[in-house]
Design a binder for this molecule. Structure first.
Ligand SMILES: C[S@@+](CC[C@H](N)C(=O)[O-])C[C@H]1O[C@@H](n2cnc3c(N)ncnc32)[C@H](O)[C@@H]1O
Length: 207
């Protein structure tokens, strides 16, 4: 059984809560791991929401699985994919306990991995790394805590932002292709605030 998700309400509205524009790292993934002619590499989007990134990757030739806790979001992702004429498979699951059962060429996630409590992170990242093909990549964006940025007014209790640099540490034994920290303004909840994020793209040795 999956837990109730506060995103269900946001996703129940007809408009796309996160819009349809793909998120920041999508283009870089295509640059770094473009599907070869005749191949359909497997890509997993952890916390795919309403599918803006899943649809982008499916359009670029990936065999996409979108995973999210919100079935409302996943139904919207499937609808969006159908409209565009691409296929996206969906899995409704809680990343806190979910163990992968397939191998992926790319594991992607934007704005979701802070729902992993610190106690499960080493184990979950190990599982993600093991279920990646040699030469495959992970492209991840996580919220990080900075002492000079107040917690967001709409932050949930089960939100556990990362320590700056922590995400990079899980990839000490992979090739780091890209790593940044950015601070941006946000108006979610209607109250202006700021977020800091780390973005990491890492390649598994081999392949
Ligand atoms: C900030 S949204 C990002 C959505 C999407 N990645 C995007 O950028 O459009 C976070 C997503 O994580 C999902 N989520 C929250 N807790 C989760 C959990 N424990 N397991 C799986 N997904 C979860 C929410 O339903 C939501 O869709």
């Amino acid at each position: 059984m999956t837990r109730a998700n506060t995103y269900d309400e946001r996703y129940a509205r007809p408009e796309y809560y996160w819009g349809k524009k793909p998120s920041t790292l999508c283009e870089r993934v295509i640059e770094l791991a473009p599907p070869r002619e005749g191949s359909r590499p497997k890509l997993l989007d952890l916390g795919c929401g309403e599918g803006r990134d899943c649809v982008y990757f499916a359009r670029h030739g990936f065999d996409v699985v979108g995973l999210d806790l919100s079935e409302v979001g996943l139904a919207k992702a499937r609808r969006y994919a159908e409209e565009i004429g691409v296929q996206v498979r969906t899995v409704c699951a809680d990343i806190v306990a979910y163990e992968l059962d397939d191998l992926y060429h790319v594991i992607f996630s934007t704005g979701t991995l802070h729902y992993l409590p610190k106690r499960v992170r080493t184990c979950r990242f190990q599982d993600y790394k093991e279920h990646t093909t040699p030469g495959g990549i992970h492209a991840l964006t996580v919220f990080v805590e900075k002492p000079f940025i107040p917690r967001a007014p709409d932050a949930e209790e089960n939100s556990h932002p990362y320590r700056s640099g922590e995400l990079l540490g899980y990839y000490w034994d992979w090739e780091i292709l890209y790593c940044t920290e950015e601070i941006f303004d946000c108006r979610s909840s209607g109250i202006p605030h700021r977020h800091a994020v780390n973005r990491v793209i890492a390649r598994k040795p081999g392949g």
